[in-house]
Design a protein around this ligand. Structure first.
Ligand code: GLN
Length: 454
């Protein structure tokens, strides 16, 4: 009830929710009360959550913030959200995002931008919450839900968490089922939580995780009680510091925060070690080949026949073209064009195959570091704090916007887990985050080390 009132009051200004499921929420909350009354509550009984519009929710608005899915309400429930409801969580509604999760500022949504609830000191200018899970991060930061689901293909959980002072973890690829989640780039997409503390993300992730036979890339491995790892500490751990992440032109505040983070970990008994991840600089260009390639193939299904929007034409080809022209936004069209180009017969080897080889090298860089005794790697989460809505340099230059992902995409390319934790503020009082990268299926170390930094 209190959360629904808060949404009603704050959402018109923030635009974090695209659909509020008030009645359903009250029903679910009543069920929770009944179960708690009988002493049968689940691990998340009664916890009110916001769900990113990318997750299929049965009978409820699911449009990936795109016009092409106009009116789509699936007949199914995604595995991740089913897991949350099984454990007693309550759905408040669906959260805004970049269209099909393509973006770093939540400005590509069909529903318009999400506003970051945080502003710079002494300024009234609206800032972006990051993307693509901008609605998730903004809703959590503004107390419009206790936690949210999000997805991360190149940084979309960690970057918005960093820009809003919240915590977000991208689990190891295969940890959370992708079944029932609208696909962007299937070999990179992972679901994960955003919440206000490391402990809350750990609780949510325990529920969201687990093997699912309906997702062929789901991994059959036991799900630990992640919350139990939060207070484990970092004594005896070796934390790697990759020299390639010291980018030219990195703001001094971020550099300082990074050193500060290392000091905090050392003070709790960790050892810090300089490492090299030599192929880092190729990760971003390779990502922007692999991700659009997979996206162009995944988005081929939106043809005006099976889902959502249909714009009639003189024949079926005309109908396809008119529907796709009207249904997809600019950034989605740009990705489809890049993707079909790099997959086309003459360019396939030069771009797509090359990018896949680079991906293998990036993965090997991390494997080498872990084999050399590193337990987790500390880096900045983003190259800047939150920036203005409609930032002119970024709007005019898509590649400058793609740079937002420079510290996060490597993790998706290698399939590793990564957590972003709020670590401090810049000179204007805006939150800055640090990222911890872990070994495959060792999210527990990330929760323990993240707890020391938050
Ligand atoms: N900003 C990146 C992109 O636009 C990552 C998005 C994501 O992780 N979903 O592709």
């Amino acid at each position: 009830g209190a959360y629904l009132k808060a949404i009603e009051a704050a959402n018109p200004a923030l635009n974090a929710y695209v659909a509020v499921t008030g009645e359903q929420a009250l029903d679910m909350a009543k069920g929770s009360d009944d179960r708690l009354g009988k002493g049968q509550g689940g691990a998340l009984e009664g916890i009110p959550l916001g769900i990113k519009d990318l997750f299929g929710t049965k009978g409820v608005h699911t449009q990936a913030a795109s016009h092409i899915l106009d009116g789509f309400k699936p007949e199914y429930e995604s595995t991740v959200t089913s897991n949350l409801w099984r454990d007693g969580a309550v759905m408040l509604g669906k959260l805004n995002m970049d269209e099909f999760a393509m973006g770093s500022s939540n400005e590509t949504s069909y529903y318009g931008p999400v506003i970051n609830p945080i502003r710079a000191e002494g300024s009234n200018a609206n800032l972006v919450p990051g993307g693509s899970s901008g609605g998730s991060a903004a809703a959590v930061a503004a107390w419009l839900c206790a936690g949210a689901t999000a997805t991360d293909t190149g940084g979309s959980i960690r970057q918005p968490a960093a820009l809003t002072g919240t915590v977000g973890i991208k689990p190891t690829y295969g940890r959370c089922s992708r079944w029932g989640v609208v696909a962007f780039a299937s070999s990179l997409d992972q679901a994960g939580p955003i919440a206000r503390t490391v402990e809350d993300t750990a609780l949510l992730m325990t529920s969201m995780s687990g093997f699912d036979a309906k997702d062929s890339t789901s991994v059959d491995i036991a799900v630990p009680d992640f919350a139990a790892a939060v207070e484990r500490g970092v004594k005896g751990l070796t934390i790697g510091v990759p020299r390639e992440y010291r980018m030219d032109g990195m703001p001094a505040e971020i550099e300082k925060l990074w050193s500060q983070g290392l000091e905090w970990l050392k003070a709790e008994g960790a050892t810090v070690k300089d490492i090299s991840l030599p192929h880092t600089k190729y990760a971003l260009p390779a990502y922007y080949i692999v991700a659009p390639a997979e996206a162009s193939s995944n988005l081929a299904r939106y043809d005006g026949v099976k889902y959502g929007l249909r714009v009639s034409g003189k024949d079926i080809t005309d109908m396809y073209e008119l529907t796709r022209a009207a249904g997809f936004g600019r950034e989605v069209k740009r990705r489809i064009m890049i993707g079909t180009y790099v997959l086309s017969a003459g360019y396939f080897d030069a771009y797509y195959v090359k990018a896949q080889k680079v991906r293998t090298l990036i993965k090997k860089d991390f494997e080498d570091a872990f084999h050399a005794g590193v337990d987790a790697i500390l880096t900045p989460a983003t190259p800047s704090a939150a920036f203005g809505i409609g930032d002119e340099t970024l709007a005019a230059d898509p590649v400058a916007m793609y740079m937002q992902d420079v510290f996060t995409v490597t993790v998706n390319m290698a399939g590793l887990p990564g957590i972003a934790v709020p670590a401090g503020k810049d000179g204007k009082g805006l939150p800055l985050g640090l990222q911890l990268i872990g070994k495959p299926f060792d999210e527990e170390t990330l929760f323990a080390a993240g707890r020391v930094i938050e």
